[in-house]
Design a protein around this ligand. Structure first.
Ligand SMILES: Nc1ncnc2c1ncn2[C@@H]1O[C@H](COP(=O)(O)OP(=O)(O)OP(=O)(O)O)[C@@H](O)[C@H]1O
Ligand SMILES: [Mg+2]
Length: 229
């Protein structure tokens, strides 16, 4: 997938991605300071926002193939199960009991299947929104800071689910995170943004371990210690 000369103005902020490549079947990470335009770019990719200018070649993917999870999940006033199967219902697909149970079991929610979804803890809600995003077989999944505020075991579970999916049936991921260790662990490619622009794109090693761009070096200065070992 290729983005070129993509522009979107939001108030005084302008996103301008001259060129960004999202190779199909890979896990891409997106990092950069608060307000640099990561969520805006995600909303353009999912079709929630329309670009002012530019081109996004999504290689034939339509909004039906794309899903996005956010830090604050949007859950229906309904049970865990009804929330989980929502994307299937919306696409006219039949839920498979074995499959839905397996997903719920995988993230420790099976005995909460009939619980009111909004009464789940925030971490549980994040897990539910994550498996809900995967259940219908998406081709592009955007994970917008869904891992923030998760305990280490839950973060590990999310990472395992991502890598498991890649082994079974590779899809394209764009995972947005301030947890650079997470990006280093799962990503094939990392994109770094600053002030609405992509300023670097490369392997996690190139971008996060030994960046040549001075802004990235400055950004990483405080987190460098996380990468040792
Ligand atoms: N509807 C809007 N009207 C005006 N400005 C907006 C609007 N939506 C977003 N912005 C501005 O666009 C800029 C980019 O926001 P965006 O949410 O994309 O940043 P981000 O990189 O996701 O940041 P964070 O790491 O904090 O999530 C911000 O300065 C924000 O205030
Ligand atoms: Mg954001």
């Amino acid at each position: 997938m290729r983005i070129s000369n993509l522009k979107k103005r939001m108030g005084t902020f302008e996103l301008w991605i001259e060129e960004m490549n999202l190779e199909s079947g890979l896990i891409h990470g997106l990092a950069g300071p608060n307000g640099c335009g990561k969520t805006t770019l995600s909303k353009l990719l999912t079709g929630i926002l329309t670009p002012d200018e530019g081109m996004m070649d999504l290689e034939g993917l339509t909004p039906r193939d794309i899903t996005m999870t956010s830090q604050k999940p949007y859950l229906l006033h309904d049970t865990v199960y009804e929330n989980l199967i929502l994307p299937l219902k919306l696409r006219g697909m039949q839920p498979d009991k074995e499959e839905t149970d397996a997903w719920l079991e995988r993230c420790g929610l099976k005995d909460k299947k009939r619980q009111y979804a909004r009464s789940l803890s925030s971490g549980e809600q994040q897990k539910l929104s994550f498996i809900r995003a995967l259940i219908f077989g998406p081709k592009l999944v955007i994970v917008d800071e869904t891992l923030s505020n998760l305990d280490p075991d839950s973060t590990k579970l999310f990472e395992e689910l991502m890598l498991e999916q890649q082994r079974k049936r590779p899809i394209t991921w764009l995972t947005i995170s301030h947890q650079l260790v997470h990006l280093k662990r799962v990503c094939d490619r990392v994109h770094f943004m600053e002030k609405g622009r992509q300023i670097a794109e490369g392997t996690p090693k190139e971008i996060l371990l030994n960046p040549s761009h001075p802004s990235i070096r400055a950004f990483l200065a405080d987190t460098e210690v996380s990468f040792r070992g």
